[in-house]
Design a protein around this ligand. Sequence first.
Ligand SMILES: Nc1ncnc2c1ncn2[C@@H]1O[C@H](COP(=O)(O)OP(=O)(O)OP(=O)(O)O)[C@@H](O)[C@H]1O
Ligand SMILES: [Mg+2]
Length: 255
Amino acid sequence: MDLEIRNLTHRYDDLDVLRDVTLTIPSGQIVCIVGPSGCGKSTLLRLLGGLEQPTQGEILEVGAPPKGSLNPLTYIFQDFALLPWRTVSGNISLVLEGHQLGKSEIQGRISDVLARTRLSDFAGVYPRQLSGGMKQRVAIARALAVDPAVLLMDEPLSALDSQTRELLMDDLVSLWERERFTACYITHNLNEAVRLGHRVVVLSRRPGEIREIVDIDTPLSERSADSAHLGRIQTQLWEMMREEALTADRQLNDA
Ligand SMILES: Nc1ncnc2c1ncn2[C@@H]1O[C@H](COP(=O)(O)OP(=O)(O)OP(=O)(O)O)[C@@H](O)[C@H]1O
Ligand SMILES: [Mg+2]
C-alpha cells in the first residue's frame, strides 16, 4: 500500500506548522523526513497516523494493506513505550488484544514476530531486564505484530547511544531486506537518513514545506558507515538544512 500525501497544510490556532506538503511513500520503501527542530515533522506523522486531522489537504491509502493487517498505520515511538509490568510477550500481546482474535492466533502472531525479529529467547523477560537497544527491538516487534502497511517512526533511535544506534540500524536494514516493509521515518540524524532512506525528504523551517527530495539508489545492504558516496549526500543534505536550522533556532512559537 502506498501512502499519498496531497497538499497537506496544518495550523494550530495561529501557528502555521506545515504548508502544502505533497509526497508519496511508496510501498516497500523507507522514506526519511529530516528538517529543523519544530518544523512540523512529528505533526506530519500524527496526521499520517490519523491522530489529528489536517487543516487542509488529504492523505490517501492507495492499494490494499498486507493480508491480516490489524492496523495499517502503526507507530514506533522514541521512548519505546513498553509497559514495565508486562513481559516482552505481554507487551506484544497488548496490541493484539483489542482485535477479537482467538488465544491461539494471538500466541501465533507473538511467536511469529519474535522469530522474525530474532527475539524468541526473550519472550518471558521484563523491560527492566533489557538494554535500551533491546527495548526498541521489542517496540519494533510489537509494531510488526499487527502487520502494518506503513510503519510510522518518530526518531526511533534518538534515545540510544551511538553504538547501539549503529546496531539497530543494521537490524533495521536486515529486517527490511527480509520483509521489505514500508516506513515513514523521522530523524534529526542525517547519517541515519542516508543509511536507511530510499528517499530523504528535507523540510524547511516552520511552516514545514518540502525543500528537497533526494532519492538514494545504493541498496541498503551496501551502505556502510564510511561510504564516501553517502558522505557526500549527507554533506549536501546538511548544507540544505543548515540555513533552515539556523533561522529556525531563532524562531519563537508566537512570532
Ligand atoms: N498540539 C499542539 N498544539 C499547539 N502547537 C503545537 C502542538 N503540537 C505541536 N505544536 C507546535 O507545532 C510546531 C511543530 O511541532 P512538531 O512537534 O511537529 O515539530 P518537530 O519538527 O517534530 O520538532 P522536533 O524536531 O523538535 O521534534 C512546534 O512549534 C510546536 O510547538
Ligand atoms: Mg518531533
